[in-house]
Design a protein around this ligand. Structure first.
Ligand SMILES: [Zn+2]
Length: 448
């Protein structure tokens, strides 16, 4: 049944994760206004409360994925918010921060307004698209700041983006963002380093993505970006860091007091360059490339220590027939928002990390990083975005059952745990374990 209004509920009989820590034998009350009323033990239900027995399962905040590509408007044949947001719910995600990297790029207030308006009644999750930081946005940023969490800058070329051409151009863009008081989120890979790699590659090396896009490309680019950000006073967040050395540059800058932060992605914590190279159909070809086992371990260590506290998927849907092209012609990126929560359980299990630290990376940490108050946490006044999770049963990923449009996954066949059983958005049921429930209820988070 679809609810017109959220019903007040008392959830009891299980465990609660509040975005930071676990509470055993705890309960949570949510009001008819779609907000959390209280979290604690032995709560007294209000007369109108529906009592929900969560049967020993885990109840936690809806996940915040701070990095997805849904390609709407313009390239809905690859995804769109309708299928993308259904996939998000399948992965336990109730908020997406989304990057437009196909035309039209979000370089003006008018384009952002049109995008936000066009997604009403389409998205099943709350959404906040980033602005696009390119030369076309110069002069327009001041008008965009109230409509987006940050602006995205491609410092290296990637599928759908040419990248910044020079340090002078980067400086002009970062200066503009600093002037508008908006954070820059960046894809860091250096075009010159990648160009050099392609010139010296043997025929075999030229087929290896981690040779053509080596760690050095990321390290040089992050170093440059930090230098320029410090020089002109820009707040900088480096997305999807793939190398330990790259992450350590960000950690070091933050230690020195600069407003520099970063995030990684599940694939850099779960895959290796060898696996990516051997995967059929370029399924694990992604930018930045997946790196070495040492990088994977190093990134996981930094995540566990709270020094690299945010994870976003970089969900990048492409039809499989495009991925099947010869290596150099296949697009980079793959879908993954649709299994984000199970992937995070895998990260915790494989690296023996505290589950609360790993789950914080996709709940409270991204919400705090991008100023999304009331999201990613369960405390009085927070949005009642809830995921009920079966933390124990193992299931096998079947790509044909995933709701996002691509119908393929680099994780097809993997055995994972942590499947979302039910999802609520602002107190309304939106996912029942097998599919979306009711009409799309997603709202824009900006303007606030
Ligand atoms: Zn991306």
């Amino acid at each position: 049944m679809t609810e017109d209004k959220p019903v007040s509920r008392l959830f009891r009989g299980g465990r609660i994760f509040d975005g930071r820590q676990f509470h055993e034998n705890s309960e949570i009350r949510c009001g008819g206004d779609g907000l959390v009323v209280e979290v604690g033990q032995n709560l007294t239900p209000a007369p109108e409360d529906e009592i929900v027995d969560i049967e020993g399962h885990l109840l936690m905040p809806g996940l915040v994925d701070c990095h997805v590509h849904f390609r709407e408007p313009g390239l809905e044949r690859k995804e769109g918010y309708s299928t993308g947001s259904a996939g998000a719910l399948h992965g336990g995600v109730t908020t997406v921060l989304e990057i437009q990297n196909n035309p039209p790029l979000m370089v003006s207030r008018e384009l952002l307004e049109a995008k936000l308006e066009g997604l009403k009644g389409v998205s099943r999750v709350d959404y906040a698209p980033y602005g696009s930081l390119t030369l076309d946005a110069i002069g327009a940023l001041a008008g965009m700041t109230s409509l987006c969490p940050a602006v995205k800058c491609f410092l290296g070329c990637s599928t759908g983006a040419g990248g910044v051409k020079s340090r002078d151009e980067m400086k002009a863009l970062f200066t503009e963002a600093a002037g508008a008081g908006i954070q820059v989120v960046a894809h860091c890979e250096d075009n010159a380093v990648m160009e050099r790699a392609s010139q010296i590659a043997s025929p075999d090396e030229a087929l290896r993505h981690d040779f053509m896009r080596p760690s050095e490309a990321e390290i040089v680019s992050i170093r440059d970006a930090i230098e320029v950000a410090e020089e002109v006073g820009t707040r900088l967040h480096v997305f999807h860091i793939s190398s330990e050395a790259g992450a350590r540059l960000v950690v070091e800058a933050a230690k020195q007091g600069f407003p520099v932060t970063g995030s990684t992605a599940p694939h850099y914590l779960l895959l290796t360059g060898d696996e990516a190279h051997e995967a059929p159909e370029n399924r694990m070809k992604v930018n930045p490339s997946v790196k070495s086992p040492d990088d994977r371990r190093g990134l996981a260590k930094l995540l566990g220590e709270g020094l690299l506290p945010v994870v976003g998927t970089d969900h990048a849907p492409h039809p499989l027939d495009e991925k099947r092209r010869p290596y150099s012609k296949a697009p980079s990126g793959f879908p993954s928002v649709d299994i984000l929560l199970p992937l995070m359980f895998a990260v915790a299990d494989r690296h023996d990390l505290p589950l609360e630290t790993v789950l914080s990376a996709v709940t409270s940490a991204p919400a705090e990083e991008f100023g999304l108050s009331g999201k990613g946490a369960l405390a009085p006044g927070c949005s009642a975005d809830l995921v009920l999770v079966d933390t124990e049963s193992v299931f096998q990923v079947d790509e044909s059952l995933l709701p996002s449009r691509s119908k393929w996954s680099p994780y097809h066949g993997w055995e994972l745990r942590g499947r979302p059983l039910k999802v609520w958005l602002r107190g309304r049921p939106v996912w029942d374990g097998s599919g979306p429930v009711g009409v799309p209820l997603g709202r824009p988070l900006f303007p606030k």
